[in-house]
Design a protein around this ligand. Structure first.
Ligand SMILES: C[S@@+](CC[C@H](N)C(=O)[O-])C[C@H]1O[C@@H](n2cnc3c(N)ncnc32)[C@H](O)[C@@H]1O
Length: 215
C-alpha cells in the first residue's frame, strides 16, 4: 500500500494539471517528440505529464508504485482510446525494466522520492536505445522548505551541477537544464516560489560487448 493511493482520485487539481502541461510543453521544445515511438514514465501518478505531451507517442509504458494512481491512469488511457499505452506497477529502484526498449524517459516530481538517484539514472540509461532521450523535472534545491516534516521524501530538491554529473556518469551526454515552471506555496504564512528544473540528456552509445566465439 502506497501513501499515494489515498490521494489518487483527488490528485488532478488545477495547479497539478497546469504544471504538467507546462513541463510537457518544455519537453516538446527540447525533444523531437515526433521521432519518439516508445515512451517510458517513472512515477507517473495519474499520467498528467505523459498525457500532456504533444504529439503523444504511439506507445507508452507509464509506471508507478501506487495502485491507486495506476487505476486512475488506466481509466484515462481507456477513455482517451490509446491502444499502445499501458500503465503498470514497476519500481525501478529495485528492478530493471526492459533493456533498450524506449526512445524517451520522462518523470515529474518523482525523483525526490528516490534515495539512490545515480542508480536510478543508470537504469533509465539501460531502458533507452542509443541516442534516446531523458527528460526529468523536479524541484531545485529547496532547503527543506517545500515539503512539510511529515511528507516522505529522500531529497529536498536537487542541485543542478550534482544532477548533471550524475547524468553524465550514468551515460548521458549533452545535458541541459531549463526552468519550465515556478510553484508558489505558502510556507510559515509567507508565499514562496519554488522553481522546477527540466534536465534533458541523450543516451550515449554503450560499449559493445565482445562477440562470443562460435563454438
Ligand atoms: C509527487 S507524485 C508525482 C506524480 C506525477 N508525476 C505528477 O507530477 O502529478 C510522485 C509519484 O511518484 C511515485 N513513486 C514514488 N516512488 C516511486 C518508485 N520507486 N517507483 C515508481 N513510482 C514511485 C508515487 O507513487 C507518486 O505517484
Amino acid at each position: 500500500m502506497s501513501a499515494f493511493d489515498a490521494k489518487a482520485t483527488g490528485w488532478d487539481d488545477e495547479a497539478k494539471v497546469a504544471r504538467a502541461v507546462v513541463v510537457a510543453g518544455e519537453i516538446g521544445e527540447q525533444v523531437p517528440l515526433a521521432e519518439v515511438t516508445d515512451l517510458f514514465e517513472f512515477g507517473c501518478g495519474t499520467g498528467l505529464l505523459s498525457l500532456a505531451l504533444d504529439p503523444r507517442p504511439p506507445r507508452a509504458l507509464l509506471t508507478d508504485t501506487s495502485a491507486g494512481m495506476l487505476a486512475v491512469v488506466r481509466d484515462k488511457i481507456l477513455a482517451e482510446g490509446l491502444p499502445g499505452w499501458e500503465a503498470a506497477p514497476l519500481d525501478l529502484t529495485v528492478t530493471d525494466g526492459p533493456e533498450g526498449a524506449f526512445d524517451l524517459v520522462v518523470s515529474l516530481l518523482a525523483l525526490h522520492h528516490v534515495h539512490d538517484v545515480p542508480a536510478l539514472l543508470a537504469r533509465f540509461r539501460r531502458l533507452l536505445r542509443p541516442g534516446g532521450w531523458v527528460a526529468l523535472s523536479d524541484l531545485d534545491d529547496d532547503e527543506g522548505q517545500f515539503h512539510d516534516a511529515h511528507t516522505h521524501r529522500h531529497h529536498d530538491g536537487f542541485d543542478r551541477d550534482t544532477l548533471a554529473r550524475w547524468l553524465t556518469d550514468a551515460g548521458f551526454r549533452d545535458v541541459t537544464f531549463t526552468t519550465p515552471h515556478v510553484l508558489a506555496k505558502v510556507v510559515d504564512g509567507v508565499e514562496r516560489d519554488f522553481s522546477l528544473f527540466l534536465a534533458v540528456g541523450r543516451a550515449t552509445r554503450r560499449d559493445r560487448q565482445p562477440r562470443q566465439p562460435v563454438p
